[in-house]
Ligand binder design. Structure first.
Ligand SMILES: [Ca+2]
Ligand SMILES: [Ca+2]
Length: 135
């Protein structure tokens, strides 16, 4: 009996799901593994499928964040500047006088490389921190 772990399963899953739509059924997998005389059980596969779906949600979140980033990066130069941020927030009706002249400060909080603008990584941090403060 071969030693089998989740990493192997993930590799197979990736291969099976050729078009990347995540639609590989557990029954198909069981059938395939059986065909290769790999012994596993349904519980393991269901666990894998959960992990798989979780990772896919992660990817979805990443692409959602990219879309959000583009909403803010109005001049599309790959960075959110103070002006980008202020314009985008105004368009969304989220610009509040009490933030006032403070877009530089808002950016400064997350501007880890201190170039005065937010790149995508810095933007992600901002969104994650924002998420946490809502919860
Ligand atoms: Ca920009
Ligand atoms: Ca920066």
């Amino acid at each position: 009996m071969s030693t089998f772990n989740i990493v192997h399963l993930q590799r197979i899953f990736n291969k099976l799901d050729r078009d990347g739509d995540g639609l590989v059924s557990i029954d198909e997998l069981l059938w395939l593994l059986d065909a290769f005389s790999v012994h596993t059980n349904r519980d393991e596969l269901e666990l894998l499928q959960e992990i798989w779906e979780f990772e896919r949600e992660d990817e979805t979140m990443e692409s959602d964040l990219r879309k959000a980033f583009r909403v803010f990066d109005l001049d599309d130069d790959g960075f959110i500047s103070c002006e980008d941020l202020q314009n985008a927030l105004s368009r969304l009706g989220l610009w509040d006088e009490h933030y006032g002249q403070d877009c530089r400060h808002m950016i400064g909080v997350y501007d880890t490389n201190s170039d005065g603008q937010l790149d995508f990584e810095e933007f992600k941090n901002m969104m994650f921190v924002a998420d946490r403060s809502i919860v």
